[in-house]
Design a binder for this molecule. Structure first.
Ligand code: HEC
Length: 173
């Protein structure tokens, strides 16, 4: 009988853990080694996008390219405009104010990336909160591009391309 109870408890515990787990199951752990050369991502207009799962990458690229409104990017999506700033998608419960996006400010060298700050309240190179500009793009899951209502950057497309080309982590051409 005792053995039976133990077995049953074990089953109940496993069931409980898998239920708890399923809420956050999809989340990803992000560390410095995940931030490699910006050109490892796929380039659409001004942005580089990556995802470790090819199907989810396709989905993220489709949402971005077609500017699909009211649609969230898959958990695990990485986006970059400049080499030293990244948006990474977690489940929305993790950062409810940003639909789950975590903003990263990085310090880069040939050796790789160091995380200067991370979370939903990160500030950019000018000391402005990432979300202060990205917030108006709520209909596009806080992805700005040009016409989603975001605060504008003091950078034109040419300057953005120049900055992208300065990523010290990329192989020398
Ligand atoms: C002054 C306003 C402003 C601030 C502050 C800002 N951004 Fe942006 N961000 C923009 C604009 C505008 C674009 C679109 C640029 C384009 O595509 O030409 C953009 C684009 C991006 C993109 C590419 C995807 C997209 O949304 O178009 C990422 C990733 C990004 N920003 C991350 C960050 C991170 C991380 C921070 C903070 C460390 C940050 N941004 C702070 C205005 C801002």
């Amino acid at each position: 009988m005792k053995i039976l109870m133990t077995l049953l408890n074990g089953t109940a515990l496993t069931l409980f853990l898998s239920m708890v787990g399923s809420v956050y199951a999809q989340d990803i752990v992000v560390s410095e080694k995940d931030f490699t050369c910006i050109r490892d991502g796929h380039h659409i207009r001004n942005t580089f996008i990556r995802h470790s799962d090819p199907e989810k990458l396709k989905e993220a690229m489709r949402i971005f390219k077609d500017r699909v409104p009211d649609k969230e990017y898959p958990v695990g999506t990485f986006m970059q405009l400049v080499p030293f700033e990244v948006m990474v998608k977690h489940p929305r419960e993790k950062f409810p104010d940003t639909n789950g996006w975590e903003f990263f400010a990085l310090e880069l060298s040939e050796q790789g990336a160091k995380i200067k700050s991370r979370g939903s309240k990160t500030v950019n190179f000018e000391g402005n909160a990432c979300m202060s500009c990205h917030e108006p793009a709520a209909k596009f899951d806080f992805v700005c591009e040009k016409k989603h209502g975001c605060g504008s950057l003091p950078l034109d497309d040419k300057k953005i391309a120049e900055i992208q080309a300065t990523d010290p982590r990329c192989p020398k051409k």
